[in-house]
Design a protein around this ligand. Structure first.
Ligand code: AHR
Length: 529
């Protein structure tokens, strides 16, 4: 769109023609203020992390097909998936679980493949021959250019097993474990960015009380030694969903061993009970808005955990022992969880991914940016073929999901500096639900651009947005758009481009005033230079 007297609005990327959704009358104007003159905390690139569990076809088939596969691969890792994830600039991958982590014994996954352990994987009751182990995981993250988040086994493991694994991966001196790693083909140490002690210890990780786990955490963390500098972030396993806070509270009050971060998990389900799940496609408008209302609870949950952590840090600072380091909050499992696709193994957690998931992703990323000083890592569940995936595969076929496209659009936010944002927006209502129509976040990239992420949650009405950007005086605005013409629009192997990115020409900039018209059910990322 071009307006008389307004600077040119360019479109940076040539993509494909956008689908034109049927539009009702636009709703009330949304007013946004962006404080480019008051930069906030850096958005840690690990906020864009991924979770890849040994679950269903998340690894086997989705990432690893073996060297003898007819699917083009490099040392067993499928080339199409590697290229797509490399392009996404995935900064960090969490592995091997999830619940699986507390069954996993790393020694089963090293050495000659024909001598590796074979077990039943509880996710779907299938056998796992451990062809994908520590060396294959690091080959994977190194091929896509990501860092590694290793989740150690507390539930059925010991501090010695975890400490040995860390030494095997990161050791530099000629110890027995390091010699073994070298004999298995890797001379240089692997880099472990995050090392977690247990997973969901309130549930699948051991059904523990927070007090018991806090003691176990301290015991495990005490013995994790590594010559790697900086050492990995030592991560404690935290609360079950944002609404529970007992693990955060108890862990914060009982930090004896180094604890750099505490995790929190929150999945978007229809709720209020855990079994209440929607279908991934073919849902009603009630399912659309209910899912969005459910996902927006993330904001309040982070706020609550942040407040508990801040209070504990203040108390520690005032104690005779003096201040302790600020602890980060890691949202290392989040995303939509629907009913499994009909005909799939229910334990494999396979689900389609629609424009609704794209909006869920954008709304959550906008929330994470707001709490950049506390939320320093997240990993969406999960990368391939499981829950809210980036990529779906079927044998040699691969398709990128709407969620992948959102992560692609949001790449400029990685390591950018968050900018405070205030918003006054219309309400989108349906049935008993109501949600704010527009979600927004903004940041300053390292090369000086202002990047703005916007989502219109209303599936019917476009959203006119007027933004005042304090500290800006003109520039060129470019953008990308993701939208669709149906609430459950999605990509399939037969129609992989049904939901795709297009250049966006619906923004105009004059001085420090930005005018944007967001189509219904859309995600837009703008850059101003
Ligand atoms: O992501 C699937 C599972 O959900 C994980 O294994 C577990 O940690 C969570 O309950």
């Amino acid at each position: 769109m071009k307006r008389p007297g307004w600077s040119c609005v360019g479109a940076a990327l040539i993509m494909f023609a956008a689908a034109a959704p049927a539009q009702a009358a636009p709703s009330m104007q949304t007013s946004v203020t962006i404080r480019a003159d008051r930069p906030g905390a850096a958005i840690n690139k690990y906020v864009y992390g991924q979770f890849s569990e040994m679950l269903g076809t998340g690894i086997y088939g989705g990432i690893y097909v073996g060297e003898d596969s007819r699917i083009p691969n490099t040392r067993g890792l499928r080339n199409d998936v590697i290229a797509a994830l490399k392009d996404l600039k995935v900064p960090l991958v969490r592995w091997p679980g999830g619940c699986f982590a507390d069954y996993y014994h790393w020694r089963d996954g090293i050495g000659p493949k024909d001598k590796r352990g074979v077990q039943i994987n509880g996710w779907g009751d299938v056998t796992d021959n451990n062809a994908f182990g520590t060396h294959e995981f690091f080959d994977f993250v190194e091929q896509i250019g990501a860092d590694a988040y290793i989740n150690a086994n507390v539930g059925t493991g010991t501090p010695k097993e975890a400490a040995d694994w860390l030494e095997y991966m990161t050791g530099t001196q000629d110890t027995t474990l390091v010699k073994e790693r070298k004999a298995n083909g890797r001379d240089a140490p692997f880099k472990v960015a995050v090392f977690a002690m247990g997973n969901e210890t309130w549930g699948c990780g051991g059904n523990m009380r927070p007090e018991y786990y806090a003691d176990l955490y301290n015991r495990f963390a005490t013995f994790m030694r590594t010559p790697q500098r900086p050492g990995p972030v030592l991560l404690a396993s935290g609360d079950r969903s944002g609404s529970a806070t007992d693990f955060t509270t108890v862990l914060m009050a009982n930090r004896r061993a180094p604890m750099d971060a505490i995790s929190m998990h929150y999945y978007t389900i229809l709720g209020p009970q855990w079994p209440d799940k929607d279908t991934a496609t073919g849902f009603s408008e009630a399912g659309w808005i209910n899912t969005l209302a459910s996902t927006l609870k993330m904001d309040g949950y982070i706020k609550k955990h942040d407040a508990i952590m801040t209070a504990a840090e203040r108390k520690a600072a005032a104690s005779p022992e003096g201040p302790k380091k600020k602890v980060a909050l890691y949202i290392d499992e989040w995303g939509t969880w629907y009913k499994p696709e009909p005909g799939s193994n229910p334990g494999f957690l396979v689900q389609q991914n629609t424009i609704r998931d794209a909006i869920v992703a954008a709304a959550n990323l906008n929330i994470f940016h707001k709490y950049a000083d506390r939320v320093q890592m997240t990993s969406i569940a999960q990368t391939i073929n499981v829950l809210q995936a980036m990529i779906l595969t079927d044998g040699p076929k691969m398709v990128l999901t709407p969620t992948y496209h959102v992560y692609h659009m949001y790449r400029p936010f990685q390591d950018a500096t968050s900018l405070p944002v205030s918003i006054k927006t219309a309400t989108y209502k349906y049935g008993k639900w109501s949600v704010p129509q527009v979600s927004v976040s903004a940041a300053r990239t390292k090369d000086g651009a202002i990047v703005i992420g916007l989502a219109n949650l209303d599936p019917h009405r476009s959203a006119p947005v007027s933004a005042a950007i304090a500290g800006l005086d003109g520039g060129q605005v470019t953008g990308e758009l993701l939208t669709a013409d149906a609430m459950d629009a999605h990509n399939t192997f037969d129609n992989p481009e049904a939901v795709h990115l297009v250049a966006f020409d619906g923004a105009a900039l004059k001085g420090n005033r930005l005018a944007v018209k967001l189509p219904p059910m859309s995600v837009v990322v703008l850059q101003i230079r």
